[in-house]
Design a protein around this ligand. Structure first.
Ligand SMILES: Nc1ncnc2c1ncn2[C@@H]1O[C@H](COP(=O)(O)OP(=O)(O)OP(=O)(O)O)[C@@H](O)[C@H]1O
Ligand SMILES: [Mg+2]
Length: 313
């Protein structure tokens, strides 16, 4: 039997005055899957998730969560009881410990199932820190407290809005393993992110949103095959003269100031680059051949790339 649809959106629009933050999007998320909703700053990610969380109302279109209508006030109450939310820029009581924070939210919202703080602490791998004051934790550990709090009502769907924003790569991986654990326990996860690597690493399927519109969707491996293009030759820290020579020879290049990327047509391109490297004394140990990734997908679809801080260039 195919998995049930847990989140469904049809022709959803949200306007703020003249700004169309969400521009006629449709999507589905199946039970037990992780969806990465990937897009740069201002793409419309938070607006979409907050509509699904019944925090904002749509301008038009339909959105259902667990078969319940986000625009219907009696359904809203039921949706809130069955979902978990980690808001963007999550924060909680700094002077309470990890365990006290979680216990507080259990006493407020843990009405669906008798959840206990210790098992949530174990789930997010914070046993060592359970008696530490929240304000003393690193960013990655704070986010894990946020995920534990999002789980106090044993939700069926969890919305995580940029759960690893601003974290260093190691802390990010720690949060990823917690998110993978959620999928393993059968939860459905709706994750927003501007990190391509995160979308690729975690999600069963990815939706790319830009300027309020969905520009691509599917498993990341499929998106890469369909939209990613060919392999590329990458030269790290090339000198100005070789960059100029490469551009004169091949217009299909991308230079970000640190490295130049040349989309390959065929194997003879490698020979050409090796020749140029000799001519311009470029050290070939700084050359790589890379497969396309989600970054290439976004670049080919929008002509831009998402930067570390979520902007585009
Ligand atoms: N309450 C609001 N009033 C007016 N405009 C808003 C409001 N909230 C969001 N917007 C605008 O709607 C657009 C989408 O914003 P949204 O916060 O949904 O994007 P986002 O993808 O979550 O971005 P970020 O990565 O920065 O969190 C932006 O142009 C934003 O300025
Ligand atoms: Mg946002």
């Amino acid at each position: 039997m195919p998995a049930a649809t847990v989140v469904e959106v049809q022709n959803l629009v949200k306007r703020y005055g003249d700004v169309v933050a969400v521009d006629n999007i449709s999507l589905k998320v199946k039970k037990g899957k992780i969806l990465s909703f990937l897009g740069p700053n201002g793409a419309g990610k938070t607006t979409t998730v907050e509509i699904l969380e019944c925090l904002r109302s749509p301008s038009s279109g339909i959105a259902t969560v667990l078969g319940l209508d986000v625009s219907n006030s009696s359904d809203q109450q039921k949706i809130r009881q069955r979902i978990g939310v980690l808001p963007q820029s999550f924060n909680t009581f700094g002077l309470l410990t990890v365990k006290e924070n979680i216990e507080y939210f259990i006493s407020m919202f843990g009405f669906r199932k008798q959840t206990d703080a210790d098992s949530l602490i174990r789930l997010v791998d914070l046993e060592d820190k359970k008696d530490a004051h929240y304000r003393t934790l690193s960013g990655g550990l704070k986010q894990r407290v946020g995920i534990a709090i999002a789980l106090v009502n044993d939700p069926e769907v969890i919305f995580l809005d940029e759960p690893t924003s601003g974290l260093d790569p190691k802390a990010r991986r720690g949060v990823w393993s917690v998110i993978n654990g959620l999928r393993d326990s059968g939860k459905t996860v709706f994750l927003t992110t501007h990190y391509m690597e995160e979308a690729e690493a975690l999600a069963d399927s990815v939706i790319i949103i830009n300027n309020g519109k969905i520009v691509a969707e599917g498993p990341s491996s499929e998106l890469i095959v369909i939209h990613g293009g060919a392999r590329s030759i990458v030269l790290k820290e090339p000198g100005d003269s070789i960059v100029k020579a490469i551009r004169a020879w091949n217009s299909n290049t991308w230079f970000d100031g640190n490295s130049i990327k040349i989309t390959m047509n065929d194997g003879s391109d490698v020979a050409k680059i090796v020749d140029l490297a000799q001519e311009y004394e470029f050290d070939l140990s700084n050359m790589d051949i890379t497969k396309p990734n989600l970054e290439d997908v976004f670049l080919r679809l929008t002509g831009r790339t998402i930067t570390e801080d979520g902007g585009t260039r």
